[in-house]
Design a protein around this ligand. Structure first.
Ligand SMILES: NC(=O)c1ccc[n+]([C@@H]2O[C@H](COP(=O)([O-])OP(=O)(O)OC[C@H]3O[C@@H](n4cnc5c(N)ncnc54)[C@H](OP(=O)(O)O)[C@@H]3O)[C@@H](O)[C@H]2O)c1
Length: 247
């Protein structure tokens, strides 16, 4: 669903065969069937829970079993929980780190070797504007997105000349179920929300331009750039103000 679904729709429209991964098998099957009918592409569904540390390995094996030559990996699945870190349930803390950090790192590591060997491939990591600084009320989430951004930056340089490129797309607020899923009252956000296809278009543009990271909207770009002119304390407070987790 959400941004991942928008990626699937756009890549199917462009004629790519896809492997879709998430926990909700029925939703994945329905989307796969719709896109097969509409776009005439091959779509496989791999139902996995990325909070299980073994799932990236199983996804990789699924692709090998299907003899899928994965040219593009989109690490998009992610979650958050709005509220004070001191009150975050331990189980949720682990789930967020496993999905946002561990699954992204493991899937990247697994698919990267083959891409480097073939001297061809791309990885899109879905980070966030929230990864540019700690966001009060979203501390763990913003830390996981910082991880994705710095890993992507390092890989982008390491992979120079290999034929493989890695991009971090860093959206601001996007109109998906993400806020409902994370207990974050979207009505209180102090910045407008964009649609998921804006993220997809930015990511495709970013890959074409071999960018390290890309911010999808003008507001995202202004906020990212203006950080350079403010003190860290102001940047963090403003991030908290815009996200408005607390009143
Ligand atoms: N929405 C925003 O404002 C925003 C802004 C910046 C960045 N992002 C990032 O964009 C990405 C997508 O978010 P979204 O807005 O599309 O959120 P969403 O609508 O809540 O979708 C999250 C997706 O991740 C999958 N997912 C969650 N936990 C999973 C797990 N344990 N195993 C496998 N799949 C799992 C969900 O599928 P199942 O539930 O079926 O597993 C779903 O497809 C996330 O990384 C998020 O951090 C979002």
């Amino acid at each position: 669903m959400g941004i991942g679904e928008a990626f699937a729709r756009e890549f199917a429209r462009r004629g790519h065969n896809l492997i879709l991964v998430a926990r909700s098998g029925d939703r994945l099957q329905a989307l796969a069937e719709e896109l097969r009918q509409k776009r005439g592409v091959e779509i496989d569904v791999c139902v996995e829970d990325l909070s299980d540390g073994e799932s990236p390995g199983r996804i990789y094996e699924f692709c090998r079993f299907k003899k899928a030559d994965v040219e593009l990996l989109v690490n998009c699945a992610g979650l958050s929980l709005a509220g004070d870190f001191a009150e975050m349930p331990y189980k949720k803390l682990e789930e967020i780190i496993m999905v946002n950090v561990m699954a992204t790192a493991r899937l990247t590591r697994l698919f990267l070797s083959d891409m480097v060997a073939k001297r061809k491939g791309s990885i899109i990591n879905v980070a966030s504007l929230g990864g540019l600084q700690g966001v009060p009320g979203l501390g763990l989430y913003s830390a996981t997105k910082s991880f994705i951004m710095t890993l992507t930056e390092a890989l982008h340089e390491e992979l120079k000349g290999t034929g493989v490129n890695v991009l971090a797309v860093c959206p601001g607020f996007i109109n998906t179920g993400f806020f409902k899923h994370s207990g974050h009252n979207a009505a209180k956000l102090r910045l407008p929300k964009s649609e998921a296809d804006v993220v997809v278009a930015a990511a495709i543009k970013g890959l074409k331009q071999n960018r390290i990271r890309i911010f999808p909207t003008l507001i995202d770009n202004i906020l990212a750039f203006s950080q350079r002119m403010a003190t860290r304390r102001i940047v963090i407070r403003l991030a908290g103000f815009f996200a408005a987790v607390k009143d």
